[in-house]
Design a binder for this molecule. Structure first.
Ligand code: ATP
Ligand code: MG
Length: 757
């Protein structure tokens, strides 16, 4: 019958099926990309519900809200609307929800604000100023990262100050000072009834540590706990999941150590090792078959990741077809890279009648998107950028949200500072500072001073402050009268005067800002109308937006058929038919900032592995020989990662035979051939990673020689060998060399530096 053997079990391979129907107790799956880990979690949840588990008692933690949304939709397809009751989301959104319910234990109200990074840094800047510290030594950015790092290791401000004592002298003084800032920062957030992103995890840990009754409640509530992308959980997140599953012990974690890309943010691969210690009876299931990608892509990815020393041993294979080779596009400049990539997308779309949504362009940093945007726009190809200057980070949106936040939580100091003189009411910075100081001196909240300004001050500015107070009070009344998020927000946008100001600005930017605010109101309407949201209050809406991750951007247009552009970090877990990995240059990818140690390099390589494994059918690499960076033209070398991909999967010639996207370029096909050499003779750059141990003069790019079978050659890394096969196909020249030490290698002559001996 359907319950005991639902159809969906037939679409799983044997180890996947075992994981889906696995009974009670801890289970861990560490497996390669595209092997169905997320699919297993999805089916397992459906299976549990089919077998009578109450969805309210399932907790499932994912990497983005979007991922959990998609998972929920699939489960809903299998088990119906019951699926809406599953506790599912990112760590931050799930624990914000719990903190809101239990806020009073920690001295917060359930309407607490969530400070985003900008709010946190602005608060830090004011504290640094109040302490008269040199803001060049104590940069808000640096201090923020230190505090964030500490919180994620569960180090409190007092612990931080105490740790400072055991440091070397000059570092100790700085650490103590940062500790002092940290402490004040925590106090000020608390007074503002606000938590920052890291607090959502830090405070959950405090809640569960200090209030055993609360912990007990959730330990019993959650019968099943699942974690996707387990390799990227940090200590704080790990401890929460461990505590929550300590009673029922039904915890399933899935992940891939080769895709761990958040070490810089405190994610800790040791969690995987600790898991086995903390749950000694853990069962492990291996998934080895990749269903996502062609064998070319799977093998290329394997050839790259094999270079990492620190990794858990596992296999990944696929029975998918070989598919096409990986194209490599070389461009003269970043703008040309944009044109060539856009051209390649255009051509592939036409030839194979593909949709825009089949394509993704992945880059190392957000700043790289510009040249692709311009080129795609010229070709009339629609795209969407995920991350970067996000919708919710735009000024006009933050202004409205500032009003909404302050209406919900009048202790929110950062929201207050943003809106007190917006639209302009003649309340200057000095007045704002005086209000803040008065509040501190009298030990009362800012709102107390604002709403009773007559008791605290006299003078000209009293009237606008009183008016502001009255305005906010009228907004509060609407909430108290039970109006929903949309009714309150639409009213606030109008009555505050923000919408009017934007409307009167008839410039193109003004118009687009006006439309953005309308778009925000649409989003709030949608939130209120959605059946998935039971709580339709403004407070609930604010919480949902403050926890959106980069990958959760709303689609501003109905039309979803767009090329996706995003950083590799945000692409984790996703898949696209055609993937372009762009900007493959030394110092950009691997990033210059990440090259201080082998660990750093290995993390960058894992990032490259994540990027490669997003592709289903077709992968393309690109790099530019020069690009503007910080306003200066910089010459670039191809990334060492290009050399690390086994050359037999690469296809250089095709991309250069294309003229698409090269309009305005006078180069003839012949000059492309010449350009295939990774280094131009006029600009010798002696050190790439692969050749850094050898004087470059010994090794000229091999495509200037006529190699023939039988030639003895030396390679900078593989040592001596004999050419056993030459493969010349257009401009794409490969040599298979039998090396004395490492055996057969197929090398792309335009990359590999061989010396005839
Ligand atoms: P990543 O490590 O990138 O997160 P993953 O291990 O989570 O990958 P999934 O996203 O679950 O992998 O699966 C990859 C693709 O393979 C998806 O399109 C999925 O639907 C498909 N897939 C997984 N298992 C099977 C199967 N048994 N039969 C057919 N398709 C499958
Ligand atoms: Mg996955």
């Amino acid at each position: 019958d359907r319950l005991s053997k639902p159809e969906y079990l037939d679409t799983l391979n044997e180890p996947q099926r075992q994981a889906v129907v696995y009974g009670n107790g801890p289970l861990m799956i560490i497996a390669g990309a595209g092997s169905g880990k997320t699919r297993v979690l999805t089916y397992r949840i459906a299976h549990l519900i089919e077998n009578g588990v109450d969805p309210f008692r399932i907790l499932s933690l994912t990497f983005t809200n979007k991922a959990s949304g998609e998972m929920r939709k699939r489960i809903e397809g299998a088990v119906g609307t019951e699926a809406r009751n599953i506790w599912m989301g990112t760590f931050h959104s799930v624990f914000a929800k719990i903190l809101r319910i239990e806020a009073r234990y920690l001295g917060y109200t359930s309407d607490f604000s969530i400070y985003d990074t900008d709010d946190s840094k602005s608060l830090l800047r004011s504290i640094i100023k109040e302490y008269n510290l040199d803001d060049k030594v104590y940069k808000a950015n640096v201090v923020y990262n230190r505090i964030s790092g500490a919180k994620n290791r569960l180090v409190s401000a007092d612990d931080y100050i105490n740790n400072a004592v055991i440091q070397a002298d000059d570092e100790a003084a700085k650490m103590k000072e940062i500790g002092r800032i940290y402490k004040t920062y925590v106090t000020r957030c608390f007074q503002a009834n606000a938590m920052d992103f890291d607090d959502l995890l830090f405070n959950t840990n405090i809640l569960f540590r200090d209030f055993p009754d609360v912990l007990y409640k959730y330990q019993h509530k959650f019968q099943h706990v699942m974690v996707d992308e387990f390799q990227d959980t940090n200590v704080s997140q790990y401890l929460i999941t461990r505590k929550l599953s300590a009673v029922n012990r039904n915890i399933v974690v899935v992940g891939d150590d080769a895709q761990s890309i958040y070490a810089f943010r405190g994610a800790n691969i040791e969690n995987i090792l600790n898991f086995e210690k903390d749950f000694p009876d853990v069962q492990t299931i291996k998934l080895e078959q990749n269903y996502r990608s062609t064998s070319t892509i799977v093998n290329a990815a394997n050839s790259v990741i094999a270079r990492n020393k620190s990794q858990l041993k596992k296999e990944t294979f696929t029975v998918n077809e070989e598919g096409s080779m990986i194209d490599v596009i070389k461009a003269g400049s970043d703008n040309e890279e944009g044109r060539l990539v856009a051209g390649a997308i255009f051509e592939e779309k036409m030839q194979k009648s593909l949709k825009n949504e089949n394509f993704a362009i992945l880059y190392r940093t957000n700043a790289q998107s510009r040249s692709f945007e311009e080129a795609l726009r010229k070709l009339g190809i629609k795209y969407r950028i995920i991350g970067g200057q996000s919708f919710y980070q735009r000024k006009e949106i933050k202004d409205i949200l500032g009003y909404l936040r302050f209406t919900v939580n009048q202790r929110d100091e950062e929201a207050f500072k943003r809106i007190i003189n917006l639209p302009k009411r003649g309340i200057g910075d000095t007045t704002v500072a005086r209000i803040t100081v008065t509040a501190a001196e009298n030990n009362v909240p800012i709102w107390e001073v604002v709403s009773n300004i007559g008791n605290y001050a006299t003078g000209r500015t009293i009237t606008p402050i009183e008016q502001f107070g009255t305005l906010i009070k009228s907004f509060k009344l609407m909430i108290e009268a039970g109006k929903d998020a949309f009714e309150v927000s639409a009213h606030i946008a109008k009555v505050s005067g923000i919408l009017k100001d934007l409307y009167e600005d008839k410039t193109v930017e003004g118009l687009s800002r006006y439309e953005n605010v309308q778009e925000l109101l649409n989003a709030i309407k949608e939130f209120v109308d959605s059946e998935e949201n039971e709580d339709k209050t403004l407070s609930a809406f604010l919480q949902s937006v403050s926890l959106l991750t980069n990958a959760d951007e709303p689609d501003e247009n109905e039309d979803n058929d767009r090329v996706t552009m995003m950083t590799i970090h945000s692409a984790k877990g996703l898949e696209f038919r055609n993937v372009f990995i762009v900007g493959l240059e030394e110092d950009l990818f691997p990033s210059q900032m990440m090259l201080e140690s082998r660990q750093d390099l290995e993390e960058e390589r894992r990032l490259f592995y994540v990027a490669i494994t997003r592709a289903e059918q077709k992968l393309t690499f690109s790099y530019a020989e020069s690009r503007y960076q910080w306003g200066r033209l910089k010459m670039c070398e191809p990334s060492r990662f290009l050399l690390e991909v086994d050359a037999k999967y690469l296809n250089i010639s095709q991309s250069f035979q294309r003229e698409i996207g090269r309009e305005g370029s006078s180069s003839s096909p012949m000059s492309f051939v010449k350009n295939l050499s990774p280094r131009r003779p006029t600009e010798p750059k002696p050190t790439t990673a692969a050749s850094s141990h050898t004087p470059s003069s010994d090794f000229v790019p091999s495509d200037t020689h006529e190699l023939v079978e039988g030639d003895k050659v030396e390679h900078s890394k593989f040592g001596f060998g004999t050419v056993v096969k030459m493969d010349v196909n257009g401009t794409d020249r490969k040599a298979t060399v039998k090396f004395d030490k490492v055996g057969d290698k197929t090398l792309l002559l335009s990359f590999a530096k061989l010396r005839i001996v």
